[in-house]
Design a protein around this ligand. Structure first.
Ligand code: F0G
Length: 482
């Protein structure tokens, strides 16, 4: 499919599916959008769907399901314990990943909770390619310290490095030499590194990390939530594995890890999660905690309907024609934005388009949350909901000061097989308008701030009347148009 050429020379992402069920959308007027973002405390998490045109908050639990997935939900074997649905899912995971033991959980962070409780002790370190918000919070709650051993290129917004998510192996060796292997709770690689722009990790990097982990007897854990995109990038960017099938790549990748966990809201396109391993000792330890926090070992907080659909979703993830549907749309959008000179993370990654708010709004002080401000402005200008992935998403320093994020991103997620090309073009158009009018965008300040994971429920206000001015300019430029 990637090879389809267009006679007129344009390069367009081409859908390998047809739409047979649709959901109506509305675009509310800009006056309502201004009011809605104020009611939401300038936090896009707190907007309601009725006020949103395109929901690009996340791909989590909102990727389109296939007809086969939906159909499978009717033929579940529903029971509290021992359902055949569970056995089918367990067997599918074993077939794809080669891991014998499976602990179902209600979503990805539940896996992080169990793993952190089982493995992280006070004073231990958890080196990783990059943190994810919930991962870091669980490790910190258990007294561990997260160390980000990324490559220097990882934080460079303008790059051609194909695998910006790679773990820095030299730094890993230095850390082991310095603190000793017994102080390291586990090593974690996050596939498709979320917070630096959905950037992939090379298969060779997983292999080399696992060799070091084995040498020092340190558990190696892969967070496979964003694995689908990462598989596509290994297949298309890592020369050595171009001829391998997605199934072969998945198996090689999985074989490097002692434990693989995932949010099935992303991997498998349902709502759930899981932990898989071949290590019976770890399995038994985690199994003891499972009924306390999640549910019985054959459902773990998930509905059997979701589990049945996950079995199909995982199988479909082994199809390059399916998993490329996120990345090719993202690539199109990133390349169009680059042409317009709009600062965006390159090379295009998975999950979504990541605008570089640091470069978009250099005139807004860092302490006034550039990515959060851009997210509020984007919603006002377009009805498109993105997600702040910058300083607001960080926990404060122990002294109470803001921990200024290394990268300040507004993420516009493109859930797989959900949006059309004209919707993507509309988003590009509104971004172009915002960029031309960027001087009008100002900062934000907290007026309600939770202590942990503040980005979910925190509320902020604009530091001036910049939002009203933005609306005025919009109306001057677009007239009565929405
Ligand atoms: N790990 C990664 C890499 C993730 O991206 C997420 C979720 C999780 C773990 C936690 O999984 O949400 O099922 O509990 N990312 C979502 C996002 C929230 O929008 O990127 P969860």
């Amino acid at each position: 499919m990637a090879n389809i050429k267009f006679h007129l020379g344009e390069e367009l992402p081409l859908e390998m599916h047809k739409v047979r069920m649709v959901q109506r959308l509305d675009l509310v007027p800009i006056e309502r959008r201004l009011k809605a973002i104020e009611e939401a405390g300038n936090n896009t998490f707190l907007l309601f769907n009725k006020d949103i045109y395109l929901d690009m908050l996340t791909d989590s639990g909102v990727n389109a399901m296939s007809d086969k997935q939906t159909a499978s939900m009717l033929v579940v074997d529903d029971s509290y314990a021992g359902s055949a649905t569970f056995t089918r899912l367990k067997d599918k995971l074993n077939e794809i990943f080669g891991k014998e033991y499976f602990l179902p959980v209600h979503q990805g962070r539940a896996a992080e909770n169990l793993l952190s409780m089982a493995l992280v002790k006070k004073g231990t370190y958890v080196p990783m390619n990059y943190h994810f918000t919930t991962t870091k919070a669980h490790i910190m709650v258990n007294g561990g310290e997260v160390l980000e051993l990324h490559m220097p290129e990882a934080l460079n917004p303008i790059s051609t490095e194909p695998f910006k998510g790679n773990l820095n192996l030299e730094e890993l060796q230095k850390l082991i030499d310095k603190v000793g292997a017994d102080k390291i709770a586990f090593i974690r690689i996050e596939a498709g590194t979320n917070l630096i722009g959905g950037q992939p990790v090379a298969l060779d990097n997983y292999i080399e990390t696992s060799q070091i982990a084995k040498k020092y007897n340190i558990p190696f854990i892969i967070d496979a939530s964003l694995l689908a995109d990462n598989l596509h990038f290994i297949k298309t960017r890592e020369e050595k594995y171009k001829k391998h099938s997605i199934r072969e790549i998945t198996r090689l990748l999985s074989d490097t890890a002692d434990i693989v966990y995932f949010s099935a809201r992303k991997l498998g396109h349902v709502r759930g999660g899981g932990i898989i391993t071949n290590d019976q000792g770890t399995y038994k330890k985690l199994l003891e905690m499972l009924p306390l926090y999640e549910g019985f070992s054959t459902y773990g907080g998930m509905s059997t309907r979701e589990m049945e659909a996950m079995t199909i979703g995982l199988d479909e993830t082994m199809d390059e024609e399916m998993i490329n549907q996120g990345p090719i749309f993202i690539k199109y959008m990133v390349e169009e934005l680059v042409k317009l000179g709009i600062p965006v993370i390159t090379p295009p990654g998975g999950l979504g388009v990541h605008l570089d708010a640091m470069a978009f709004l250099p005139h807004v002080p860092k302490e006034q949350y550039r990515a959060g401000s851009l997210g509020a402005a984007m919603y006002i200008a377009s009805g498109v909901r993105g997600m702040e992935r910058g300083t607001i998403s960080e926990e404060r320093n122990p002294d109470g000061s803001d921990h200024i994020a290394a990268v300040e991103l507004l993420r516009l997620a493109l859930p797989r097989r959900v949006f059309t090309l004209s919707q993507v073009k509309y988003t590009i158009d509104r971004l172009a308008w915002l960029y031309e009018n960027r001087e009008l965008i100002g900062g934000l300040e907290f007026y309600e701030e939770p202590k942990v994971l503040r980005f979910f429920f925190g509320k902020l206000r604009p530091t001036s009347n910049w939002q009203e001015k933005l609306v005025e300019k919009f109306k001057a430029d677009f007239g009565e148009s929405l």
